[in-house]
Design a protein around this ligand. Structure first.
Ligand SMILES: Cc1cc2nc3c(=O)[nH]c(=O)nc-3n(C[C@H](O)[C@H](O)[C@H](O)COP(=O)(O)OP(=O)(O)OC[C@H]3O[C@@H](n4cnc5c(N)ncnc54)[C@H](O)[C@@H]3O)c2cc1C
Length: 340
């Protein structure tokens, strides 16, 4: 099938990758002049599941997504700046104190993939002094989302500077909307909202140089890639622009040193990147068939990847490939697939 994919970020390129591997002919239409020009353009992105206390549908979705992503990262590793350095999620509030032990118990991941550690163990693992106990995912880490998009879209027909206005104009057998908030242009009733965010890149210096794994504390900090660390990220539900803001860099660094006092110092900011996340009310992605044009061309959607797009975009691509090929769902029978 010739499948028109609208959007050249993680959601669109992941679909192109999975569909091409399944024998289809995807074509990406991207409004800008490059891949990953929207939210997917970060140099460093952390891949972590959304943690829930129960083994519910959210847990099933993100567990499958996590292990599927590791398989792809293994194949792509020389091209995507993959660093499976491990991730510590600090237990720095009462909610996490209750939730994380339940996550470990109910999710039933192997000890090698997820367990709780004391603050002393966390300090040994991370190479810096950690003030809290933590949830530890030894195989988590970071990739470059921008490079992952390039990897996914390799050998895929990609048409740049093609802002699609009208779905009826596309000559194809199926359409996938993978254009973040842009999906509202076609379906204004879609229940999605923008949430602005900015990450800050700082030079590796002081104790930060010793950091060996990613650390989440509400914000996050990653080990160095080419002498630079990514500190993220702001969340602004009230903004929908991607202009850079100095106060966001201050806020990212401040939050980091509040949670990790050993990292307190003046940092040289080397770069920054702001983008718009597309979010849904229940914080889950919207994946499924949304329409049928002229009674014959199905329109699918993959959007609202929120803060976990690295994992959920690939899972969504597998789900859509299953729907397009009328297969049993490859990623469990998730209720995250919303049919309109
Ligand atoms: C600051 C920040 C930090 C983040 N950190 C992480 C992280 O550490 N880990 C993680 O997993 N996730 C992270 N995320 C979330 C992640 O980046 C997103 O979930 C993901 O990039 C969404 O991908 P997407 O393809 O849906 O959207 P986008 O990357 O925004 O892509 C949509 C594309 O569609 C194109 N488009 C729109 N309308 C049209 C049209 N009509 N015709 C043609 N093209 C069109 C746009 O130009 C754009 O390129 C972060 C997000 C932000 C903003």
């Amino acid at each position: 099938m010739k499948i028109a994919i609208i959007g050249g970020g993680l959601a669109g390129t992941a679909c192109a990758y999975v569909l091409k591997n399944a024998g289809h002919e995807p074509v990406i239409f991207e409004a800008s002049d490059s891949l990953a020009s929207g939210a997917s353009g970060n140099k460093i992105g952390l891949y972590n599941p959304r943690f829930t206390a129960q083994k519910d549908k959210v847990a099933e979705f993100y567990s499958s997504a996590f292990f599927k992503a590791l398989e792809v990262f293994e194949k792509a590793k020389s091209e995507i700046d993959w660093n499976p350095c491990g991730a510590l999620h600090l237990i720095n509030d009462e909610k996490k104190q209750k939730r994380f032990p339940k996550t470990v118990e109910s999710w039933e991941w192997s000890d090698q993939d997820m367990h709780l550690v004391s603050a002393t163990e966390a300090s040994k693992i991370s190479g810096i002094e950690i003030p809290n106990d933590a949830l530890y995912l030894p195989r988590s880490g970071f990739v470059s989302p921008a490079k992952l998009c390039t990897y996914y879209a390799k050998d895929v027909d990609t048409q740049f500077n093609q802002k699609i206005e009208n779905l009826e104009d596309l000559e194809c057998d199926a359409i996938i909307l993978a254009c973040g908030m842009g999906a509202k242009h076609f379906y204004p009733e879609l229940p999605i909202k923008p949430v602005r965010g900015q990450v800050t890149y700082v030079q590796s210096e002081g104790n930060l140089q010793n950091l060996k794994c990613t650390i989440g504390y509400g914000g996050y900090v990653a080990p160095s890639l080419n002498g630079v660390h990514c500190i993220g990220s702001t969340f602004q539900r009230w903004l929908d622009h991607s202009d850079l803001l100095d106060e966001d860099n201050d806020s990212n660094i401040q939050k980091c040193v509040q949670n990790l006092p050993v990292l307190d110092r003046e940092y040289k900011i080397t770069d920054q990147k702001a983008g718009i996340r597309t979010t849904s009310k229940d914080h889950m992605p919207i994946i499924g068939q949304i329409d049928q044009i002229n009674g014959k061309i199905p329109v699918f959607i993959s959007t609202a990847h929120g803060s976990h797009g690295i994992l959920s975009s690939l899972a969504a691509a597998n789900i859509l490939e299953g729907l397009i090929n009328n297969k049993e769902n490859q990623i469990d029978s998730v209720v995250t697939v919303k049919h309109f």
